[in-house]
Design a protein around this ligand. Structure first.
Ligand code: LMR
Length: 332
């Protein structure tokens, strides 16, 4: 009898509309693959802080860094299935979503500096790419910067011929695959969480990445030589599942948009310094040797990788290449 009474009382509580249930926060699971102590890691935590503040705790953001929840490929599937709500993958990893056009951003020496990159992503190129995502049930909220790639191996990479026959880990883009092939190396796609071990055990000989990723993943401890080539750019697109996003109450969506805009400004404002500091820390660690290309050596790399531009047309299509060329005022 008493048991029955308790059950009835509990049922009554849960039946009162809007009482117990309205207090459960909306949970946003934000999964990513890098360390907290990187531009993206810090950006995700800034978004959490601001989103929870602006929604007065009605939204709770759970950040899962360092592939603790999902690795590269799995996290994209999880977003589509709704098992996570927010990601910020590198745009080099968007082909499995059916949007190869993002790979145009991986063309070697496309952006002449940070400013050229920032301008392009704020302009029509960034918006055009986000439009492409819409048909895939995904909404692009922001672009987050992480600077330029270096390249490394256990031997100095000074001339294009130094790449001959090396197995190089890449993150996913066929454009990167192509430019490493043009250098005579053998690129291999691999999840970010597996790179350290693959370098350490010799499954691959080398890789490319930004200073903040080298430092926080300790890649510099298992690569004797790093060339500060800055040959390509690494950027992220913060994406959400559209069903989830469009299903949010309008006021909450507005508060989250404000939180995202501010977290984006923050992330993009720290990216350059974070990478500069990381490079200094790598140098000071004494665990690797940094190399800088002379203008002639850089010209030789560029020349060797140049055929990628022609090849890219068949991969990403002319439309995005024209858009990028116009925005950056360059010839493709
Ligand atoms: C990589 O896989 O190399 C990077 O895209 C990781 C990241 O998210 O910065």
């Amino acid at each position: 009898m008493r048991k029955w009474l308790v059950a009835a009382a509990m049922a009554a509580v849960f039946a009162v509309p809007g009482v117990a249930l309205a207090q459960a926060p909306i949970v946003i699971k934000f999964s990513h693959v890098v360390a907290n102590d990187t531009p993206k890691g810090k950006g995700a935590l800034k978004f959490k802080e601001l989103a929870e503040k602006y929604t007065n705790g009605k939204v709770k953001v759970e950040v899962y860094p360092n592939s603790t929840l999902y690795k590269d490929k799995e996290e994209i599937e999880a977003l589509q299935l709704g098992s996570v709500q927010m990601l910020a993958p590198s745009t080099a990893k968007f082909a499995p979503l059916g949007v190869k056009e993002f790979e145009a951003l991986d063309l070697p020496w496309l952006f002449k500096d940070d400013e050229a990159y920032a301008k392009a992503m704020k302009g029509p190129v960034g918006q055009w790419l986000f439009k492409k995502l819409e048909t895939k049930g995904i909404i692009g909220l922001a672009y987050w910067d992480n600077g330029f790639h270096m390249a490394s191996a256990n031997k100095p990479l000074i001339n294009p011929s130094d790449f001959q026959g090396l197995k190089i880990r890449i993150s996913g883009s066929k454009i990167a695959d192509q430019y490493f092939r043009e250098l005579g190396s053998i690129p291999q796609i691999m999840a970010f969480s597996e790179v350290y071990q693959a370098l350490q055990t010799g499954v691959v000989d080398g890789c490319e990445n930004t200073p903040s990723n080298y430092l926080t993943q300790k890649f510099h401890e298992v690569q004797k030589h790093i060339t500060v080539s800055y040959h390509a750019h690494l950027q992220y697109a913060v994406i959400v599942n559209s069903k989830f996003w469009n299903g949010l109450p309008a006021d909450i969506r507005g508060q989250l948009t404000k939180a995202m805009d501010e977290a984006t400004d923050y992330t993009n404002s720290i990216a350059r310094k974070e990478n500069e500091d990381a490079l200094v820390a790598i140098k000071n660690s004494g665990k690797t040797t940094l190399h800088y290309l002379t203008p002639d050596q850089q010209a030789a790399w560029r020349k060797a990788m140049q055929p990628t531009y022609k090849w890219a047309k068949g991969r990403v299509g002319q439309e995005v290449l024209d858009l990028v060329a116009k925005e950056l005022n360059v010839q493709m």
